[in-house]
Write a protein that binds this ligand. Structure first.
Ligand code: A2P
Length: 338
């Protein structure tokens, strides 16, 4: 009998919003791991985190921190600046970096992966030792759009998002919590409690925000459709967990709504919640702390030839970040073992 190789996994940013979820998802999914190493900034180095029934000491991420550890996979969620400097250093130590920041996503040498959609691009990590985890809003949209792209062809997509504060990390979460008690915001430019902010990330010269541009660029890269017509409006709403999206898609070919519903019912990672008469449709409150992507409110867009509107919700810290990254790690290990 052959025994499966045991891997060494590091989590960088282990004390952050996504980092903590990395640990929970790793606990749930039971990867073949012999040793875990947790990293954060000097601020939390030396503190301990309970994980896999053991106390782990958080280490400071430095240029030499990975030397001689023999780490196979490093999951990063410690901000773009940290990834830019440390992902290449950690990759040079022999680890494959799965990076949750936007830094490497559009690098043509770096695969941008949603495992249900384009796991076949994972081997491109060999170029730089880095795999990028897409933006949270993009990830959840890819799961229902990929089967539509394959069966009917996509002509144009319009995204309108309703994004939870947890997408902005611990700071975003605290702004809503404290804002509900009347305190002024620290992370967001305006109060988020009782408000809606039509700004996520910074504004670009085009008038779009960086978050909106990410959705456009990443959608094209993941679906392998560089000329796809895509546009987006991304909005922060006073919800703690779960991003919602209104997606309008124009398809190339005619369709029956029942066929799309059935296609989605057979799509991995996707759950159809679509019974408006009974008040059933996806909502962040139902999606929170679960891994699937939920779709519903499917209806025909009568203003164009082959158009649909639907509503799509997922837990942004799980499928939108940690779960997707851990799924990439699982797929990577599966490909190594094959
Ligand atoms: P720390 O807790 O030591 O500041 P969030 O996005 O939820 O705020 O989390 C950010 C995560 O990234 C935290 O774990 C944070 O660690 C980590 N981090 C921030 N800057 C660095 C850095 N320069 N080196 C390593 N980890 C960092």
């Amino acid at each position: 009998m052959t025994t499966m190789k045991q891997y060494k996994i590091a989590v960088v940013g282990a004390t952050g919003m996504v980092g903590r979820m990395f640990l929970r998802v790793l606990e749930e999914r039971k990867l073949p791991v012999s040793e875990y190493f947790l990293f954060a900034s000097a601020r939390s180095a030396g503190t301990t985190v309970e994980f896999m029934g053991k106390k782990h000491t958080v280490r400071e991420l430095t240029e030499t921190a990975f030397k001689d550890l023999g780490v196979d996979i490093a999951l990063f969620s410690a901000g773009g600046g940290t990834s830019k400097i440390f992902a290449p250093i950690v990759a040079a130590s022999g680890a494959v970096v799965i990076d949750n920041s936007s830094t490497w996503r559009m690098d043509p040498d770096v695969p941008l992966v949603v495992p249900e959609v384009n796991a076949h691009t994972i081997p491109q990590y060999k170029n730089k030792g880095i795999i990028a985890n897409p933006n949270c809003s993009t990830i959840q949209a890819m799961v229902p759009l990929k089967p539509l792209s394959d069966k009917y062809g996509l002509k144009r997509i319009i995204y309108s998002t309703y994004q939870a504060v947890s997408g902005a990390g611990m700071g975003g979460y605290s702004d809503l919590e404290n804002g509900l008690k009347g305190e002024a915001p620290k992370k967001f430019p305006h109060p988020i409690a009782g408000n809606v902010l039509p700004q996520i990330d910074v504004f670009l010269d085009t008038g779009y925000t960086k978050e909106e541009q990410k959705m456009v660029d990443e959608t094209r890269k993941i679906l392998g459709l560089p000329n796809l017509r895509v546009t987006a409006t991304t909005v922060r709403v006073p919800v703690f967990h779960g991003h919602s999206e209104s997606i309008n898609a124009e398809l190339e070919k005619p369709f029956e709504l029942a066929d799309i519903r059935s296609l989605w019912e057979h799509t991995e990672g996707l759950i159809v919640q679509d019974n408006p008469e009974k008040g059933l449709y996806p909502m962040p409150i139902l999606a929170a702390d679960t891994d699937p992507v939920y779709v519903g409110r499917l209806r025909r867009d009568f203003s164009v030839e082959n158009g649909i509107n639907f509503w799509c919700v997922a837990d942004n810290i799980r499928k939108g970040a940690a779960t997707n990254a851990v799924q990439i790690a699982q797929e990577l290990i599966r490909q190594w073992e094959a």
